[in-house]
Design a protein around this ligand. Structure first.
Ligand code: SAM
Length: 330
């Protein structure tokens, strides 16, 4: 799937989105990944051309990750210019979904409000279509000092996922993300439901017992972020590449791609903080076009592994592109 001819792509639509003259690091059938600063990259993209921006920027963390994180005090100042570009390039009915984790005040068992400040600021630029909460049951108990050593705080296992839009009515359909019915709902559907008023005063009509193919999900998304056996991690080990330390699970991206994009159209999805390019790989798998920016070369090389298939990864030329070593001659 990966093309090794890097200078030119066979993606004619890159011209339409202003990136025809920018050399992608790699491209696939449906998308292209660019190494470098996404703020500069997004400035090349014409207005109203991206249907969904799905991303997770570096959070303002007390303990910095290896790719650098902005301190809490400077976070908004750093992040807002990216959001201004995102607003400009989004189509009128498009969505901007932002996965952003919370943070602690350095040296104290006290929470920062920075991710709420981001939401408040952005709700003045966009509409907050809905707030989502991603619960990761496999989250580690940190900060260790407060959670496992002094035992005065509990695990912080929720990331806020803010869904912003330019209009009050962005493209969305919850029928595309139905979840299995609970056992009690299944038996209601099977045995019928007597319409009556609830103690809360809500009038539950007969329609309640109808089988709609699944239940409407809530804004609490429970998705364990465990993938110790994933193809990506196995191939990272195989090629001696450091895996990205802050990946989100594909299921999180899949939920919003399915919910917010019409599957009958080939939409364009952008991730300005691509990391290991989970977003691009979900877009590819769902048949949507994608663009991804990442500023670290090693994460970019690792992200190519998400698109390798079958015998490709034993090809010495592919190996040399990914490991950065020169290819064997002949
Ligand atoms: C939280 S990680 C994204 C992880 C990604 N969602 C995944 O699942 O692999 C944020 C990424 O943004 C990258 N980054 C930070 N500033 C950037 C910029 N100005 N342009 C492009 N990438 C940037 C960092 O190197 C880091 O890999």
């Amino acid at each position: 799937m990966i093309s090794l001819k890097r200078p030119k792509t066979d993606l004619p639509w890159l011209d339409e989105v202003g990136l025809g003259k920018t050399k992608p690091y790699y491209h696939t059938k449906l998308g292209a990944a660019f190494l470098g600063d996404s703020l500069a990259g997004m400035k090349k993209i014409p207005s109203e051309s991206v249907d969904l921006v799905f991303t997770s920027p570096p959070f303002a963390l007390t303990r910095k990750k290896e790719y650098g994180n902005e301190p809490i005090e400077r976070y908004l100042e750093w992040f807002i210019p990216f959001c201004e570009e995102i607003k400009r390039i989004l189509t009128p009915e498009g969505s901007f979904v932002l996965d952003i984790g919370g943070s602690w005040i350095p040296g104290a068992p006290v929470r920062s409000m920075y991710h709420f400040e981001v939401a408040i600021h952005l709700s003045k630029m966009f509409h907050l279509a809905q707030d989502f909460y991603w619960y990761n049951p496999s989250k580690l108990p940190t900060p260790a000092e407060w959670v496992t050593v002094r035992r005065v705080r509990v695990k912080d296992a929720i990331n806020t996922v803010w869904w912003f839009s330019k209009t009050e009515h962005p493209e969305a359909d919850n029928r595309r993300v139905l979840v299995p019915y609970s056992d009690s709902m299944k038996s209601l559907i099977k045995n019928g439901y007597k319409a009556k008023k609830r103690p809360s005063g809500h009038d539950i009509s007969k329609k309640f017992g109808k089988d709609n193919g699944g239940a409407i999900p809530s804004n609490l998304l429970t998705i364990a972020n465990t993938e110790s056996n994933s193809a990506y991690l196995r191939l990272c080990r195989e090629f001696g590449i450091k895996a990205h330390p802050a990946r989100y699970p594909a299921k999180l991206v899949e939920f919003f791609v399915d919910y917010l994009l019409d599957p009958d159209y080939e939409s364009l999805i952008l991730d300005p903080f691509g990391g290991s390019n989970v977003t691009g790989s979900v877009a590819e798998e769902r048949g949507h076009r994608w663009l991804s920016f990442e500023q670290e070369d090693e994460y970019m090389r690792g992200s190519m592994l998400r698109f390798l298939e079958g015998p490709l990864f034993t090809d010495p030329r592919v190996r040399s592109v990914i490991t950065g070593e020169s290819a064997p001659r002949g």
